[in-house]
Ligand binder design. Structure first.
Ligand SMILES: Nc1nc2c(c(=O)[nH]1)N[C@H]1C(S)=C(S)[C@@H](COP(=O)(O)OP(=O)(O)OC[C@H]3O[C@@H](n4cnc5c(=O)[nH]c(N)nc54)[C@H](O)[C@@H]3O)O[C@H]1N2
Ligand SMILES: Nc1nc2c(c(=O)[nH]1)N[C@H]1C(S)=C(S)[C@@H](COP(=O)(O)OP(=O)(O)OC[C@H]3O[C@@H](n4cnc5c(=O)[nH]c(N)nc54)[C@H](O)[C@@H]3O)O[C@H]1N2
Ligand code: SF4
Ligand SMILES: [Mo]
Length: 759
């Protein structure tokens, strides 16, 4: 046994945004993950993992349709292997041709990282810029953009909650027991449940594992959160439960909000949500009485009716009770990237996508208009697309139309580790090393008061063939002609003289607008080769560390990195030298106010566009009133063994591999269904046959399907489960920001009379 195979190597789990620190012990073959354990030295997860991390060998070594050579589509639709020089030259040639004929802004970029890998995507802006591209998107624009916009309007940045220290924790459409979303979620939930002084409130139509731990479970009717939250906010006003002193000091727009909330018919809204009015009032009172309230909303409302409005009212509830910038409440985090940052403009002033005119929030075109922006005669339509580390043919609404759109493109380039549903439609597929074969990191770091960043060294060498994403972007940018050796020469020379000289040369180079847009590739090519241990991919973090130090001088200083330019350098060096993760900022609660964008650092309570919607809800047909669709389908639920489409080997699932449709016992009895019986689920988009799992967790009239299953696979055992987006449509979306309503798909469910043979 060699030294490395005996050693535990630090890395991270890549299956959800928490990215728990793990240690991996390789087998004697030097490739298999023989053992995996939580990394006690990781400052956020501190040894914690859930059940999923321990089966990561199925990502690294599973039957995951791995690709290791660049592929080119033949005329007959099959693929042939080509070498990298040919691949780069041909892709560049096709992108240049699209740019010259139709303008660079018709080249669209999608993706840039799943749950564990953002480092490669950080270089994509250079590629896009090199070809004159302007528009991009990612999965965030089918979940978080409504919340981003509301947060930016009210506060100026993406808000997070200190659940661990909240007296009252409130989860709205979120099941952290399965989906996590904050460090050590299961442990924290159990601590809260055990503590008699703290109260956990869950708003979810399903009795989830989180709801089971809660003190209060508001099992509302699916899709009625708008009513329930509006009623709760209205009770705060009606019963005068507001934190007046705090609001007077810290907020503007209170009068407008109060005027609107006084018009909300509390009894009527409570009734529509299916929650007793007394319970609504008690919940509002419990929130108002608490010394701290931490609130997290997630897909259950962000992919549901009234999603943007619900995000707004959710924030009103904790702001009206003064729950911001104090322990156990909400905060604006520091960070190494501007993830989730939006200008927070009035909806009429938000930039728009070229064809559908859809609002671009946080620089992201709504996912639900992408197909529409391709399948049209409009001269501004997208003609070429680069997809990196994402699987839109499976993950975006309306798979059938999405496939049609991807095939209608002049050129589709996919950068992935595997032959995905999207890659199968590509003209060129460019293979990348797995996340354990290269330097990697994510930018999902929102911890407080100690924020953490984790740069992970490779655990094992990549096989011959794939190229890391930064190298792919550098080659594509160079092949565009936008970047020359002469541009790089002064930076190479300065890098040889040390960081101070490099900093000055980099400033000088990027004062040229042409080069500023190519900055990631400049860094990779010139600073990258000087970094220890082959960490060239980390070069972009040098600029990010300096930006972080400039934006959060106190936090970076208190984390031990000093002040001024030195602080940025020290922070960067610490990240490079910290394979278990590094505390990048040590924040203070009162410092949060400095991040509130309003010049007086006041919270803006009123979003006039949305206030009108609050009372208009009363005039709409109630959910469930269309008898042709008697069921509500939640298409894409997080379960014990789901992780989007990151692991393609179905063998990684210890259970749940059939992707059963959960349905209430009442419905199952009425339809004479036993576990495993098959039903036909029909939605406006299509229909599928699915085995059922009757359960007392579900309400009558509500059925749910897991996310990430139903992958097309070269493996005959693969493909288990139903791809949820065969049952969704892109038109079913939020009126404000265009996010999909996947949790509330109108559906019919019928018994399959003849038992179909299992595939
Ligand atoms: N195990 C696992 N964990 C994951 C992932 C994974 O694939 N698997 N994916 C990660 C990703 S990308 C994300 S974005 C997060 C998402 O994390 P979550 O949002 O927590 O996950 P979901 O299960 O999609 O939806 C949450 C809840 O919404 C509820 N819901 C359905 N309809 C309604 C409704 O009308 N009102 C309310 N209030 N709730 C409703 C569902 O019952 C469900 O419990 O999870 C992350 N973590
Ligand atoms: N109906 C419905 N649809 C949904 C959801 C839902 O709840 N319901 N949830 C949505 C949500 S919240 C999300 S976040 C999206 C997720 O959907 P996507 O954003 O499309 O991403 P993933 O499924 O996470 O796929 C990640 C891709 O990265 C590839 N990959 C893995 N490692 C690497 C690497 O190192 N380099 C490269 N280049 N590629 C790599 C994997 O093979 C996979 O193709 O799905 C969404 N779709
Ligand atoms: S899937 Fe589990 S182990 Fe992996 S990062 Fe998320 S919480 Fe941690
Ligand atoms: Mo997500």
């Amino acid at each position: 046994m060699t030294e490395t195979t005996e050693n535990w190597q630090p890395s991270a789990c890549i299956l959800c945004e928490c990215n728990c620190g793990i240690e991996i012990k390789l087998g004697t073959d030097g490739r298999s993950f023989e053992r995996i354990r939580g990394d006690k030295a990781h400052p956020a997860s501190r040894g914690y993992t859930c059940n999923k991390a321990l089966r990561l060998d199925h990502y690294q070594n599973g039957r995951n349709d791995r690709i290791t050579r660049p592929l080119r589509r033949r005329d007959d639709g099959s693929f042939e292997e080509i070498d990298w020089d040919t691949a780069i030259a041909e892709v560049a040639g096709r992108l240049r041709a699209v740019r010259d004929a139709h303008g660079g802004e018709t080249i669209f970029y999608y993706g840039g990282g799943g749950q564990g890998n953002h480092l490669g995507g950080a270089y994509s802006s250079a590629t896009l810029r090199a070809y004159g591209g302007k528009y991009r998107s990612s999965a965030l624009a089918q979940e978080k953009t409504g919340e981003f916009w509301v947060d930016a309007r009210m506060l100026g940045g993406y808000v997070r909650a200190d659940i661990e220290h909240a007296e009252v924790s409130l989860f709205i459409g979120k099941n952290p027991y399965q989906s996590h979303g904050f460090p050590r979620a299961r442990a924290v939930l159990k601590e809260i449940a055990r503590d008699p002084g703290r109260t956990m409130i869950v708003i979810d139509p399903v009795r989830t594992e989180t709801a089971e731990l809660a003190d209060v479970h508001l099992a509302l009717r699916p899709g009625t959160d708008g009513y329930l939250l509006a009623a709760m906010a209205a009770v705060l006003v009606e019963e005068d439960l507001l934190d007046h002193a705090w609001l007077a000091e810290h907020a503007t727009g209170l009068a407008e909000v109060i005027t609107t909330l006084r018009q909300v018919p509390v009894s009527r809204y409570a009734e529509l949500s299916g929650i007793a009015e007394d319970t609504v009032r008690d919940t509002a009172r419990r929130i108002a009485a608490a010394s701290s309230v931490g609130v997290l909303e997630d897909l259950g409302v962000q992919m549901n009716r009234d999603s943007t409005l619900v995000s707004y009212v959710e924030k009103l509830i904790w702001l009206l009770t003064g729950n911001f910038a104090r322990p156990g409440s909400q905060y604006l985090p520091s960070g190494l990237s501007p993830l989730g940052r939006d200008r927070g403009r009035h909806i009429d002033d938000v930039p728009r996508s070229p064809v559908a005119g859809a609002p671009i929030i946080s620089g992201l075109v709504p996912c639900n208009v992408i197909a529409e922006e391709i399948l049209t005669d409009h001269p501004g339509r997208y003609r070429a697309m680069i997809v990196e580390s994402a699987n839109p043919a499976h993950s975006l609404a309306g798979s059938a139309t999405m496939r049609q759109a991807l095939q209608a493109l002049d050129t589709l380039v996919v950068i992935d580790v595997a032959m995905t549903e999207t890659a199968r439609l590509a003209d060129y597929v460019l293979p990348a090393p797995t996340q354990y074969e290269k330097w990697e990191a994510t930018f999902f770091n929102f911890d407080f008061p100690r924020n953490i960043f984790h740069l992970r060294p490779p655990v094992l060498p990549a096989p011959e063939g794939p190229l890391p994403e930064p190298e792919i972007h550098a080659r594509l940018a160079e092949a565009s002609g936008a970047l020359t050796d002469a541009d790089l020469a002064p930076l190479h020379a300065a890098a040889a003289r040390g960081r101070a000289a490099y900093g000055a040369a980099f400033m000088a180079a990027t004062s040229d607008r042409r080069l500023a847009g190519l900055a990631p590739v400049l860094l990779y090519r010139t600073l990258g080769p000087t970094l220890p241990g082959g960490a060239a991919a980390a070069a972009v973090l040098w600029a990010a560390a300096h930006r972080c130090a400039a934006e959060n001088p106190d936090g970076v200083r208190d984390a031990g990195f000093g002040t001024g330019l030195e602080a940025g350098e020290r922070l960067f060096d610490a990240i490079l030298a910290g394979p278990h993760g590094v505390v990048i900022t040590e924040d203070r609660w009162d410092g949060v106010w400095q991040r509130v964008r309003d010049p007086g650092h006041r919270v803006r309570l009123a979003i006039p566009e949305l206030l009108g919607d609050l009372t208009a809800l009363a005039e709409r047909p109630a959910p469930g009133s269309d008898s042709s669709w008697p069921f509500v389908l939640t298409a894409g639920e997080r379960r014990a063994f789901t992780a989007n489409t990151i692991i393609r080997d179905p063998g990684w699932r210890r259970r749940g591999g059939d992707g059963a449709l959960r349905m209430s016992l009442t419905d199952a009895e009425r339809m004479l269904l036993s576990p495993g019986d098959r039903v036909r689920v029909t939605t406006p988009a299509g229909s599928a046959e699915i085995p059922v799992e009757p359960t007392d967790r579900m309400q009558p009239g509500h059925v749910s399907l897991p996310n990430g299953l139903g992958l097309a696979s070269s493996d005959p055992q693969g493909g288990a489960g139903t791809p949820p987006n065969e049952l969704t449509t892109a038109a079913h979306r939020d009126p404000w920001v265009g996010t999909p309503l996947h949790k509330h798909v109108p559906a019919r469910v019928e018994r399959c009379e003849v038992a179909a043979p299992r595939p």
